[in-house]
Write a protein that binds this ligand. Structure first.
Ligand code: NDP
Ligand code: AKG
Length: 425
């Protein structure tokens, strides 16, 4: 790996959209792409902001703010998750929507990029309140979404139940059942088997491929995973089954650590019991910051963004980082890892199993067919291997980081589509 100068000075407070733009500039520097196309990709096509009134269970009324950012749809309908988190911002949604555009292109699936969310802590809401919030959010977003226009999905703080409510609210307004309007639903209402596990599974598959690339044996690999939700728990369990030793996992309150390896099937995940990881009876407890600096073979940040920064990147002792979360590494940290020769396998391929199985779900919905779990997992394996081979080819043939190689694969496809369709009237 070699160092490539970054085009601008990064700073530690950079937002997701700033990180996403810096990553775009870096990859573009390796390609001969029309500057007009790059300029187009620096910006979202549109960003919607909605107000969501909610009557709480005690009769009080509160107003919440929600967003949906559309980044690019040159390759197909907008696609991306909905996040319920107190830290949601417009800029975050734009940055996350840009990452969705690249993610779909790396996987070569016919979708563009979108992302949305509501500024709310879902742990503060009862199940009934969450249902009312989700239904009203779906009603407010109805003009900009649809099975051929923009297809939301789960992200942090949302899951299959929220997607079922969302689909029902949209369908009631349309006057007909529209399962293809969202993915990540429970299978009983048109969801795909394997979708919930898919982003974590793909993190596991990509980690397995990266270990093989560096001639490392999974059975001799110690892994630390930050976040034990949809992505973290499924990645940890996949790698545990592969023979790796999962020495640490965490939730928002802290981490548990066992140098001999935890039984990941016995630790309850965020979906089973939010916030229970840190209460598990493990030999040692750590802070989330300590988990990130453990001496392990693989570190998988799978919770929130910007956890690997200029402050802690030199203290990270892992031989390899695989990004389970979206945007866990700031530009400064990325530069430090590059200087230190620590490979960082980026989010836009590592967790792309989620949107890939979402695509399978959408195909099942529009064809009114259901695939068996075995078929979903087999097709996911095929698509992940194909994407990994495309990225590895760029990595080996150019002197770039894994992130740049992944962006190069994505950008070439997006630019070719823009050039074919014609961009500037
Ligand atoms: N769900 C999906 O389909 C996909 C998600 N992603 C990305 O993966 C990441 C995680 O999403 P997902 O697994 O769905 O989220 P979940 O809500 O299912 O789980 C999040 C996990 O992270 C923990 N967590 C939350 N805040 C912090 C914090 N400040 N420090 C440490 N841990 C924290 C939570 O702890 P607690 O249980 O205590 O709340 C929980 O264990 C996000 O970046 C998301 O964008 C990427 C691709 C697809
Ligand atoms: O499944 C999807 O459509 C998108 C999931 C998502 O939000 C992500 O990959 O970050």
């Amino acid at each position: 790996m070699t160092t490539t100068d970054s085009t601008t000075e990064p700073d530690e407070t950079e937002s997701a959209v700033e990180t996403a733009r810096r990553q775009l500039e870096r990859a573009a520097a390796h390609l001969d792409i029309d500057e007009g196309v790059i300029e187009r990709l620096r910006h979202p096509t549109s960003v919607y902001r909605v107000s969501i009134p909610l009557e709480r269970d005690d009769g009080s009324q509160e107003m919440y703010t929600g967003y949906r950012a559309h980044h690019d749809s040159v390759r197909g309908p907008y696609k991306g998750g909905l996040r319920y988190h107190p830290g949601v911002t417009e800029d975050e949604c734009i940055g996350l929507s840009m990452w969705m555009t690249w993610k779909c292109a790396v996987m070569d699936i016919p979708f563009g990029g979108a992302k949305g969310g509501v500024i709310v802590d879902p742990k503060d809401l009862s199940s009934n309140e969450k249902e009312r919030l989700t239904r009203r959010f779906a009603e407010e977003l109805r003009p900009m979404i649809g099975p051929m226009r923009d297809i939301p999905a789960p992200d942090m703080g949302t899951g299959p139940q929220s997607m079922a409510w969302f689909m029902d609210a949209y369908s009631m307004q349309e006057g007909q059942t529209e399962p293809g309007v969202v993915t990540g639903k429970p299978p009983v209402v048109g969801g795909s088997y394997g979708r919930e596990e898919a982003p974590g599974r793909s993190v596991g598959i990509v980690t397995r491929e990266a270990l093989a690339y560096y001639d490392r044996d999974p059975a001799e690999t110690a892994v630390a995973v930050q976040g034990f939700g949809s992505v973290g728990a499924n990645a940890a369990r996949y790698l545990d089954e592969l023979g790796a030793s999962i020495v640490a996992v965490s939730d928002v309150d802290g981490a548990i650590y066992d140098p001999d390896g935890l039984d990941t099937g016995d630790v309850e995940g965020h979906d089973e019991s939010p916030g229970m990881v840190s209460g598990y009876d493990a030999p040692e407890t750590l802070t989330n910051e300590e988990l990130l600096e453990l001496d392990v073979d693989v570190l998988i940040p799978a919770a929130i963004g910007n956890v690997l920064t200029g402050e802690n990147a030199r203290g990270v002792d892992a031989d390899m980082i695989v990004e389970g979360a979206n945007g866990p590494t700031t530009s400064t940290a990325d530069q430090i890892f590059e200087e230190r020769d620590v490979p960082v396998i980026p989010d836009i391929i590592a967790n792309a199993g989620g949107v890939t199985v979402s695509y399978f779900e959408w195909l099942q919905d529009i064809n009114r067919r259901s695939w068996r779990l075995e078929r979903v997992n087999e097709e996911l394996e095929t698509e992940m291997r194909r994407a990994w081979t495309d990225v590895r080819r760029e990595y080996e043939s150019r002197d770039v980081t894994w992130r740049d190689a992944t962006y190069i694969v994505a950008l070439e496809r997006i630019a070719a589509a823009h050039e074919a369709r014609g961009l500037w009237p």
